[in-house]
Every structure is written in C-alpha cells, then in structure tokens.
Design a protein around this ligand. Structure first.
Ligand code: ATP
Ligand code: MEV
Length: 897
C-alpha cells in the first residue's frame, strides 16, 4: 500500500489572528514530528508501534497482508512524503530495490538516457536490463544539458536517469533545465533522480521537474548504517499506482522493524546533516589548501557550484579528492584510524573509501577510464565526530602515507611534490620542497625534569597533581650516519653504546604497514616483543636501564619510519638530572628521543626565524605532537604513567595535571606563584624502579579499595587547597609558605601509607625537620628511594642552607638547590653554516648551580660549531657534566616551548 500524502496533514500552527497567518513548520520540525492525523494510535503511543504481523484479520480492513500494506510502513511512507513535499512515498528493501521497481516501468525497445558518473550498482542494473530487457541506454555527461539533446527521441525516450551531485565525482546536473528540455521534446519521458547524496533536506528534485525521486534510505535518511532501505517519492498518481503495483507484486516492501528504525532515523536527519556538511566543508577546504584536486560543490572553484546553489540547499557531506597516485591513495586509506574503511555513506560515522576498488569496482576499468573516474580517487563521507579529531586523523594518515610533508620554510604541511611515486617518494623532490638543507640534518634537543609537589602516584588514578619543571635537563643529539646503521649512546648509563644495522631491526613485526595499529593510546606489543627477543635480547637481563632506554628509542624509530625512510643516524642522550631518582629523568629522556626523531622524520619543524616574527618559540601544535609521542615512550619506560611527567617535560612551567578518564575535569592548568618558590631536592641515591612502584600502588588499590579510595580523595583535597593558596592574591607570603609546608607533611603521610617511602627518605625528612632547620619535606616522584623535596622559605638563612646541604652530603645524600617553572622542550635548529668559535667547551670550573633556566631566545645570531656535526657530538659526549648545560645553551639560539 502506498501512502498518499495530503498537505492538510501538516501539523502547522493555527493562526493566532488574521495578522499572524498560518506558516508551515520548517524542515527539522517536520522531521522530528511523526504525526499522521488519519492514523492516530489507540493508546497515544509517542513512537509508532512495530506491527510485526504478516497478516491482518477480517475481510474489509485497511490491511490484510504485510507485503501489500503494513501500518508501521504506512506511517513511514506518510512521513517521507511529508518531508519530501511529495504526494506519494513508498519504501522498499534497499536503494537498488527502489531503482529496480522504477526500471520495471520500462518496456523492451525503450530508451534511457543516464549519466556517465553513476553509482556502480546503478550501472550494474542498467547493464542487466540492456542485456535482458532489450532496453537501450545512452550514457552522457549530464553536467552539460545539451549533451542529452542528440539522444532525446519523442517516443522512444522513456526515462532519464540523473544523479546530482554525482557519486563519487560530485558533478552537478542542472535538474531543472534538463527536465524542461526533455519534457519539451519527449513529453512522456519520466525524469528519475537518485537523490541519495542530498536527502530531501538539501534537495527536493520533484520541485525542479522530476517525476520520480528515489533515495537509498540506508544512507542519510536512516543515518546509522543499521538497516537497508529504499524510498521512492512522486507526485503523479498514475506513476505511483504503477510503482505500488510492482512493489506489491514482487514483494520487496520494507519490513515493519526496518520501517520503525528508518522512521526513528529520519527524526534527526536535519540535525545530523547540518553537522556533517559543516565538517565536510572544513575537510574540503583543508585538502584544497594542501593542493589536492578536491571535488566538493562547496569549494569556490567547483564548476557546478552556481547551478547546485540554485537547486539545492546545501553541499552535503560527501567529497572526493585525487592524490595523483593509486598506491599512495591506498596507503592513505589504510593509514586512517577514525575514518572507517567502508562502502556506502550517510552514516553518523565518517568513512573513507576508494571507489575504483570498492563501490565502483563493478564497473569495467576501461569504462571507468573512459568516464574519467580516476583510479586514485579517495571518497570521504563525513560523519558527526568532532571535526578536529577527523582533521587530525586525516592529517596523520596523509603524513604516514607520505602524501604531505612539513615544510620548514613555510612552517606548515604541504603536499609532496612527486605524486607519481608513492612507494618511493622522491627524496630529491622532497629536498627541493624543503629547501634542500634537511637531508642529514643534525638536531639538538633538550627537556627539563620535574618535581611533583603534590599528588604523585595518585595522579595515575585520576587525582590532580601539582608539578613544575626543574632546571636540570636531559639533552639529546641526533647526527646523521651514512653506513646504514643506527647507534645510541647513553652517557648516564655507564656510557652505554650500541649500534644496529637498520636492516636487522625486526621490521616484519610492523606487519608491513608502517605505523598501522600504533596509536598514542596503545603500544604495539608485537613490536615490543620482537625488539626484546631480537636486537635487545642480550640486554634484557643484564642492563635493565639501557634495555629500557634502547627499547624506547628503537620503538619510536621504527613506528615513525616509513618503508622508504629509515635514516641512518646516531643518537646521544645526556642528562644533568639524576637518572631514576624521581625527578622525571625518563620523561625528559622520552621527550628528547621523541622530538629528535620527529624532527628527523620531518613530522614536526620548529618555526623559521624572520625579522617580523620577533622571538620565535616552539608552536603549541609541535609541542602537542612531541607530547603525544613522549607519552608513548613513557608508557614503555613506566608501564602506566599518568602523563604528568612528560607534560611538564614538554610544556615546562608549573601546572596542575589531571589525567582523563576518572570522572574529574581532566587536563592541564598553569599554576602561578610556583616559580618564586625555592626547593631543595635531595637524592637519597637509593635506586628504585618507577614501573614497579606504580604497579605496586595499583595492586594495593585493587586489594584495599576503600583505604586507597580515601587517600585519593584526601590528596585531591590537598592539591585543591595548594592551588587555591597559590592563586590567592590576598594570602600573605608567610601564610602561603606555612600552608604549603603543612600540605607537604600531610601528603607525605599518605605516600607512607601507600607504601612508597623508604628509610633513607625518612632520614632526609628528619634531618631537614630538625632544629634549627624546621623544614617540611616529602618524597617526590615514585618514591621507594630517589629524591625528596624540601620547601625552603624566603627568609631561610644562607648559612643554614649551607649547613643543611653539608649535613645531607655527610649522610651520603646528594642535594640540589633548584629553581622551578622554567621552559619546557628546547630545540636548537642548526643551519648549515660554518663553525664559529664563540662557544667554549665546558670546563670543570663551571658550577652546576650557576645554570639558569633557559631564557626566551634572542633574535638571529651566528651559531657556533653548527657546521661541524662531529665536533658538536664529540664535545657533547666528552665534556664534564658540571658545565654541560652552559655549553649547550651557548651553542646557539635555542627555541623553547
Ligand atoms: N639520560 C638518560 N639516558 C638514557 N636513558 C634514560 C636517561 N634518563 C632516563 N632514562 C631511562 O629512564 C629510566 C628511568 O626511569 P624512572 O621512571 O625509573 O626514573 P625517573 O623518571 O627519574 O623517576 P620518576 O618517574 O619517579 O620521576 C632509566 O632506566 C632509563 O631507561
Ligand atoms: C609515580 C608517578 O606519579 C610520578 C613519577 O614521576 C607516576 C606517574 O605519574 O606517571
């Protein structure tokens, strides 16, 4: 049974007065309002019931057999007719079923004029009726209405089959002009439009002269890819009758259950479509700006834009683009994570596909070529996800596939210049694009350690930690090699050195697709296992620190590599931080390794300097990218890190950090007032393992959830009070210091209960608390040994500080007086210049406590040693630790976050 729609059904508001006439409701209101005055529910149910019944009793009722008619389906048909401004609507089991029903109007000898860029399934069915039904089909370029004219025959032309925009090339057909021209020359021809790409929300072809419109309702009408359906609408009673006859005869009407779900989907059509097409517009402009050929009617250069704007009310959420290379397109499609690889479109989830190998594969390749369907075409069907996430994911996929690179000279991503060789993106061309100087670039990077004042351990479980950078840093230097080997030197781990032939690394563990399956959220366990069983086998048992550092570096090196970019290089790490002592040495090492490799692989670039830029700093998006990869590295070193250490190492300063996923407001907040505080950090020199300590607290939480739960709440309260005190302008300096001291004592008590203190740490506490010092101390970092942090009040006498320092040294501890809140990640860009002599090699006289936190860099100046990578590396590796920071800082104009 078909639905005949009467406009009197529209639930429009009654006029309030002659001055306020009756106005029709707008589209989204119509969508959301399922209401058929002729079919009121006996119980007033808010949603249409599912009449899951094949038959209906009685002889004179409206319904007898669900193939012919079903109340749930009638509601749906009424609703579709209403939102399509149509007199009739029918729903069948799929979009292709709808086309099948329509094509059955044709008789042998009839001629059809159809577009040359049609959906693959439509082509397949047309081919079938050509061979089995004696129908003649002329494929023409429907973007040009006059191309139809030679094929229009007054009697023979029975049907004109149009799509606009076409799928997947988004070509526009002037539906109004074509309808008029055809009707003038062949009055009996039926104009049929596949409106799936637009949905009735954006385009209603019946208003432009079409006789029959069909939609694959599987797409936007349903919106959730959880059902298949086809909708047919028309205004002519005779045509509707014929279509309804076919549906009843062949029995392909939509089931009651699917009718129910489709009706539900339609209620949100306008809402979904608004979001989807807004994001599609962003994506289209983004790809267009990168230099790809993009097909989307919303772009200013789209050839059919003006016509489309005349007949439609939006540009839709499907777009396609060309990369110039099929293999490259395949790589891009495979590299996306959020964009699902799937045929179809119109779903709330975003999809990516290559029509030539998926939806349009049924069209012969020669025909595809003749119709101008590029083999490398990628179709994007945009969903309702956060636009930023979608763009991020696409950008990452383009990068992973080698379709774009970061241009240092432009400080932005640009399309790679060689589209013909996706498998071997020409390094020569790439170098040209980048100005030639990146090949073999040496990079120097650095990142600070941290002190956690409140919240260590509990931060892993979602409690806010208060932490700040310290002026002790890890430095990383990456220098190119040219012998196919990769080498690392870890100065602080007994001068550990190792080298590997790059080809001997377990590349097969990456499953052939670089970066596939590796996200910032999860580690690739297969690769980790392959590393520990292969290149790092001997280290595992004997040198745990070097093993962990090598695993981290090799892991990042391998997941960031592409099959044609596996550079031979040497990486040296050196730190002024004590390693494994609770001051975030692992996070600063992770940040150095991540940033050095991201720079080497050109996945990030520091800003170029120019006079108008003033004093450049590292942009936030570069910092974010480093932080994501530093967190991956921390996961390898730490097991279950909260992310606070790497965040401080990258962003510097002082911050309140709350991990996501525990029901509290997560993220980072800068903390003021911290920088003016003085701290004494004392290394107990008791070695310990952060990974084990963090795991131990996790086990305690599982065993004693109530006790640990109370501690989590109590420390959250401490962090909150500390932040409040630090941010309170009314609080006197004395009151601030005594509040913080009390909170330090309190927090330490909870850490003791968690079982992460150590007798040596308690000894440092009692030494600092004793007369005459009376200072508050707590463990910092993972505890179990490592460091303690002591708050030093402003008026603490210098002589007392000296005495206390000596006392601690006498007891075998190592104190550092540190300032906090300095810069985060640092990058020294080495231009290819010759060496200057301005920097001096460090001497043992350079005292550690003379090191100041890095300052904002000064404008352009000559960089010393920069033309001599070997000399830089040799000096970095051999110089005494005490003057290291000053020497490195003096090397040139560092850029900082
Ligand atoms: N300068 C470095 N060179 C090489 N590897 C390093 C360096 N610094 C840290 N690491 C790696 O990090 C590990 C130390 O991490 P761990 O988390 O135990 O200490 P931490 O980060 O100093 O302490 P916390 O996490 O409590 O702040 C080392 O075993 C080593 O693998
Ligand atoms: C113990 C811990 O809280 C701090 C280690 O510096 C672990 C973490 O936050 O990742």
């Amino acid at each position: 049974m078909m639905s005949k729609h009467s406009f009197a059904d529209l639930p429009t508001p009654e006029p309030e007065s002659p001055l306020r006439p009756r106005k029709p409701y707008r589209f989204s209101t119509l969508c959301a309002t399922v209401d058929n005055p002729d079919m009121k529910d006996q119980y007033g149910s808010s949603s249409v019931p599912i009449y899951q019944s094949a038959t209906f009793k009685g002889v004179s009722g409206e319904y007898d057999y669900s193939r012919s008619g079903n109340p749930t389906r009638s509601h749906l048909e009424h609703h579709i007719a209403k939102i399509s401004s149509a007199a009739h609507a029918m729903v069948v089991s799929s979009g292709m079923a709808a086309l099948d029903v329509i094509l059955r109007i044709l008789k042998p000898g009839d001629e059809v004029i159809a577009g040359d860029d049609l959906y693959g399934g439509t082509n397949r069915l047309l081919t079938y009726i050509i061979t089995h039904g004696g129908i003649v089909v002329h494929h023409v370029d429907t973007t040009n209405p006059s191309s139809l004219l030679p094929h229009i025959h007054p009697d023979k032309t029975a049907m004109v089959l149009l799509e606009s925009p076409t799928n997947p090339l988004l070509k526009i057909a002037d539906l109004a002009t074509i309808s008029q021209q055809v009707k003038e020359r062949a009055p009996n021809a039926l104009i049929v439009v596949d409106n799936t790409m637009m949905s009735p929300y954006l385009q209603r072809p019946l208003e432009h002269g079409a006789d029959i419109v069909y939609d694959s309702a599987t797409k936007y009408l349903s919106g959730h890819h959880d059902l298949m359906a086809g909708a047919i609408t028309c205004n002519r009673d005779d045509v509707a009758k014929q279509l309804a006859f076919t549906i009843n005869s062949i029995g392909n009407a939509l089931t009651p259950v699917d009718s129910f779900f489709l009706l539900r989907g339609i209620k949100t059509l306008a809402l979904r479509m608004d979001r989807q097409q807004a994001t599609a517009d962003l994506v289209a402009h983004y790809l267009h700006a990168l230099g790809f050929i993009v097909h989307y009617p919303g772009l200013p250069n789209h050839p059919g834009r003006e016509i489309h704007q005349r007949i439609a009310e939006g540009n839709g959420a499907v777009l396609s683009f060309e990369t110039g290379n099929k293999a490259l397109s395949e790589k891009i499609v495979a590299a996306t994570r959020l964009w699902g690889i799937s045929v179809s479109f119109g779903c709330v989830n975003s999809l990516i596909s290559m029509p030539c190998v998926m939806s349009h594969a049924s069209i012969d390749p020669a025909v595809r070529a003749a119709r101008g369907l590029p083999e490398d075409l990628i179709r994007l069907c945009v969903g309702i996800e956060d636009p930023t996430d979608l763009l991020d994911d696409l950008e990452r996929a383009l990068l992973d596939a080698g379709a774009i690179i970061h241009s240092v000279s432009h400080n932005k991503y640009i399309r790679t210049a060689d589209p013909d060789a996706a498998d071997a993106i020409s390094h020569a061309v790439e170098r040209l694009v980048l100005g030639g100087h990146l090949e073999g670039q040496q990079w120097f990077v650095s990142a600070p350690g941290k002190v956690i004042l409140f919240g260590e351990h509990v931060v892993v479980h979602g409690v806010t930690a208060v932490a700040a950078s310290v002026d002790l840093r890890c430095y990383g230097l990456v220098t190119p090699r040219n012998d196919g080997k990769l080498s690392v030197r870890f100065h602080d781990i007994n001068e550990f050195y190792h080298e590997w032939p790059i080809s001997h690394l377990p590349w097969e563990a990456l499953n052939g697709t670089p970066s596939e399956g590796v996200s910032h959220e999860t580690l690739d366990q297969t690769l980790l296992t392959a590393l520990s069983a292969g290149p790092l086998k001997e280290l595992g048992d004997t040198q745990p620190q070097a093993f962990a550092a090598c695993t981290t570096f090799l892991y990042l090196y391998m997941v960031l590599a592409t099959s044609d970019d596996r550079p031979s290089l040497d990486f040296v790490a050196r730190s002024t931080l004590p390693v494994g002592a609770g001051l975030g040495s692992s996070a600063s090492f992770s940040t150095c390794a991540a940033s050095a490799l991201l720079l080497t692989y050109r996945r990030i670039a520091p800003p170029t300097k120019s006079a108008h830029q003033g004093q450049p700093t590292i942009p936030v998006d570069v910092a974010d990218e480093v932080n994501r990869w530093a967190f991956i590295a921390e996961k390898i070193l730490h097991g279950n890190p909260s992310g606070v250490d790497n965040s401080v190492a990258v962003y510097g300063g002082a911050l309140a950090y709350t991990r996501a996923g525990f029901g509290r407001k997560s993220g980072m907040e800068a903390i003021q007032g911290f920088k003016s505080l003085r701290f004494l950090l004392t290394n107990s020199k008791i070695p310990r393992d952060t990974k084990k300590l963090v795991a131990g607290v996790g086990e305690k939480k599982a065993k004693e959830p109530e006790l640990v739960g109370r501690i989590l709440d109590a420390v959250q309260n401490i962090s909150d009070r500390a932040r409040q005190a630090l941010g309170d302008p009314e609080l006197s300096r004395d009151a601030l210091l005594s509040t913080l001291s009390a909170l330090i004592e309190e927090n330490h008590g909870y850490l003791v209960t968690l079982g992460v203190s150590h007798p040596a740490l308690e000894q440092i506490r009692s030494s600092t608390a004793g007369i005459p010092y009376k200072l508050s101390t707590k463990l910092t970092g993972a505890g179990g040994g490592g460091c303690a942090v002591t708050l030093v009040p402003d008026d603490f006498a210098e002589s007392n500080l000296r005495d206390l320092t000596n006392d601690l040294i006498q007891l075998g501890f190592q104190p550092y007086l540190t300032s906090v809140g300095g810069s985060g990640l640092g990058i020294l860009p080495f231009p290819p210049k010759s060496a200057s002599s301005r920097s001096h090699a460090p001497t043992t006289d350079d005292a550690l406590d003379e090191v100041t936190p890095p300052k904002t860099p000064t404008p352009e100046r000559e960089l010393p040693l920069s033309g001599n990578p070997d000399l830089v590396r040799a000096t970095f590796g051999s110089s005494p630790a005490s003057g290291l920071a000053a020497w490195v800082t003096g090397l040139g104009d560092w850029l900082y976050v």
